[in-house]
Design a protein around this ligand. Structure first.
Ligand SMILES: [Fe+2]
Ligand SMILES: [Fe+2]
Length: 247
């Protein structure tokens, strides 16, 4: 497996693994993000089967034992499957997740006690890097769902939002809405919870300068407008599902 490492913003590295056998013929991309600071943090632990490749990829940037935090968007194998492998490899690392996720999963599953993050809590990583946790329950899926926003670079690591198929360029400022709509149509991976539009619109208020997708490129265009358009599309889907004529 080939895991590519690219710096997407100052001190934020993307570890990207493309898997042609998942969702063929286009294939599927899985991204994790390493944020450097006095206390380095990785967002998404990745599948257990990816761990050896991801560990090698991180060691090209820094010693793995220096990892201080393991965070992720929600409790699912691609987001956190190898969390305990990372905790074993990095003796000072601590998992960090939202209140719901810690209560229902991590306090049992994690090999080290988690740091519990309330909505809006910031982990100060030092060296100017500050990572804010934002609760996004059931958006796009998972009771415990959340995203993270690195304040100094205005980078929103938005997890499964804007998921798209295929091997995408590292970053671009083109269309991410169309491919996201196509993937949602095909996979139906979101909850369609009634608050989805409002939750995604709330993320646009952060005024991010880039959106770091877990399954797609890093988007460097107008992130506020893209989030608002995605929110509108989910509102449309939810209203359509509730329409008497939809059944
Ligand atoms: Fe997910
Ligand atoms: Fe994911």
């Amino acid at each position: 497996m080939d895991t590519r490492v690219t710096e997407i913003a100052d001190g934020i590295f993307r570890l990207s693994t493309f898997v042609p056998d998942i969702a063929p013929p286009a294939g599927f991309t899985f991204n994790q993000f390493l944020i450097l600071g006095d206390e380095a943090l990785m967002f998404h632990a990745g599948f257990r089967s990816f761990f050896p490749d991801n560990r090698d990829a991180i060691s090209r940037i820094m010693p793995v034992e220096r990892l201080r935090w393991i965070a992720f968007g929600h409790f699912e194998a691609d987001e956190c499957g190898s969390m305990n492998e990372w905790l074993a490899a990095a003796p000072h690392a601590v998992p960090a997740h939202g209140e719901i996720g810690c209560r229902v999963s991590l306090r049992d599953f994690a090999d080290r006690s988690p740091r519990v993050l309330a909505d809006g809590d910031v982990i100060d990583l030092g060296a100017g890097k500050r990572l804010r946790f934002v609760d996004t329950p059931h958006t796009p899926h998972g009771w415990d769902a959340g995203v993270v926003f690195e304040e100094s670079t205005a980078t929103l690591m938005c997890g499964d939002l804007f998921t798209q198929f295929g091997e995408t360029p590292m970053s671009h400022d083109g269309d991410i809405l169309g491919p996201a709509i196509a993937a949602e149509d095909a996979l139906q991976y979101s909850c369609l919870s009634p608050n989805m539009g409002k939750t995604i619109r709330g993320l646009s208020a952060l005024a991010p300068q880039r959106l770091a997708l877990m399954h797609g490129p890093t988007f460097t265009g107008d992130a506020t407008s893209a989030l608002q358009a995605l929110a509108d599309d989910y509102d449309r889907r939810i209203l359509s599902a509730l329409s008497p004529s939809s059944g």
